[in-house]
Write a protein that binds this ligand. Structure first.
Ligand code: SF4
Ligand code: SF4
Length: 150
């Protein structure tokens, strides 16, 4: 995949609203296709290597699921990163189980639910993030590769 050509590709589509909408549609179709084909339970790269940003609502939900106080979630599992966000103290994620299941799946942070973000609207606003994610996530890789072939 020629990374350099992606900004040019997005810039070309940004010039025209119809082209932008079409790009979003193609990205979403590719997301659907490859989310269906790629088994996250055989991968779990994001849970092993990326620290999702964790917000107050995530902490409350996690605390409820774990039946502990929000302050205990913070003291036991979280630290503040260089951007001032809460992230997991340790990676791989402490909730990742040996079979790659998430032990707090229903209460997992929003960032975990949304990763790799390729079903979001306005791809032109997040393509840089997707470029970053191709080294971690096979879905992001396939979406971007597929898009560049169109
Ligand atoms: S890195 Fe991508 S393919 Fe792998 S588990 Fe995470 S979302 Fe699924
Ligand atoms: S909370 Fe669950 S989904 Fe999120 S990184 Fe940890 S194991 Fe993965």
């Amino acid at each position: 995949m020629a990374e350099k050509s992606i900004p040019a590709f997005v810039a070309y589509h940004k010039k025209n609203r119809r082209r932008l909408l079409k790009m979003d549609t193609v990205v979403h179709e590719l997301h659907e296709e490859f989310s269906g084909k790629i088994d996250c339970l055989s991968c779990a790269n994001c849970c092993r290597t990326l620290g999702p940003a964790i917000y107050d609502k995530d902490i409350e939900r996690m605390a409820k699921a774990l039946r502990i106080k929000p302050s205990e979630v913070v003291s036991s599992y979280l630290k503040i990163d260089e951007d001032g966000d809460y992230v997991f103290k340790t990676m791989p994620c402490p909730f990742l189980m040996p079979d790659n299941y998430c032990s707090i799946y229903e209460a997992r942070p929003k960032a975990c639910r949304e990763y790799p973000h390729t079903d979001r609207k306005n791809f032109e606003q997040i393509y840089k993030l997707t470029v970053k994610n191709v080294t971690t996530c096979p879905i992001a890789y396939e979406v971007l590769s597929g898009l560049m072939k169109k």
